[in-house]
Design a protein around this ligand. Structure first.
Ligand SMILES: [Fe+2]
Ligand SMILES: [Fe+2]
Length: 250
């Protein structure tokens, strides 16, 4: 396995590892994002077992000990499994997440106390500004959230728009169709009633880049893509509710 690096927006780097054994034959990517600034931030730690690979990749851009912030979308192994490995190599680094995530998991999991971010709170990285936005149960996890980098209009959207394959690092093509295919296959979303509204509210940020954790980075009309994804989740949730309310056969 190798980790490929692509600058997806000014000063924002995608570190991508393709794993052909997951969902073959298409395979699956795991992406982390490094946001450069006076206080560099990484979004997602990557799997603990991929730490060596990811550390070597990051070192091609920045000495790992210079990391200042480590954030992620929700508590799962690919999102934050290597948190303490990163904290060990970066003595100035602090984990950062929303209130729910800190109370439920990170206060205990992290080897150093995390920074607790309120919904909408900004970390000024010096040259870049990242805003944490609570997205509970969207696409899954009580603690779920996304980061929006304001100077480049980049939404670090975690598992939203997850897709299979690894045909390109950056695209201006369709990302909604491939996300629908992956949702049909994995059924990874919580399908909470508020999901469509939560995703639609992110369209208000008018992102110019959508940084997918599992898929290419999208450049273009991010709001339109988010609204289309929200519409698809509304459709799924409506269908699931109709099924759930159907009387059981005697
Ligand atoms: Fe996830
Ligand atoms: Fe993920």
């Amino acid at each position: 396995m190798e980790t490929r690096i692509t600058e997806i927006a000014d000063g924002i780097y995608r570190l991508s590892t393709y794993v052909p054994d997951i969902a073959p034959p298409a395979g699956f990517t795991f992406n982390q994002f490094l946001v450069l600034g006076d206080e560099p931030l990484m979004f997602h730690t990557g799997l603990r077992k991929m730490f060596g690979l990811n550390r070597a990749a990051l070192a091609r851009i920045l000495p790992p000990e210079r990391l200042r912030w480590i954030a992620y979308g929700h508590f799962e192994a690919d999102e934050c499994g290597a948190m303490n490995e990163w904290l060990a190599v970066a003595p100035q680094a602090t984990a950062a997440h929303g209130q729910t995530g800190c109370l439920v998991s990170l206060n205990d999991f992290s080897d150093r106390p995390p920074r607790v971010l309120a919904d909408g709170e900004v970390i000024d990285l010096g040259g870049k500004r990242v805003r944490f936005i609570d997205t509970p149960h969207t696409p899954h996890g009580w603690d779920a959230g996304v980061l929006f980098e304001e100077t480049t209009g980049t939404l670090l959207c975690g598992d939203l728009f997850t897709q299979l394959g690894d045909d390109r690092a950056v695209t201006d093509g369709d990302i909604v169709g491939p996300a629908i295919v992956a949702e049909d296959m994995f059924r990874y979303a919580a399908l909470a009633p508020g999901m469509g509204r939560t995703i639609r509210s992110l369209a208000g940020l008018a992102p110019r880049t959508l940084a997918l954790m599992h898929g290419p980075s999208f450049t273009g009309n991010g709001a339109a893509a988010l609204r289309a994804l929200a519409d698809d989740y509304d459709r799924r949730i409506t269908a699931e509710m109709a099924e759930a309310l159907r009387p059981l056969a005697a």
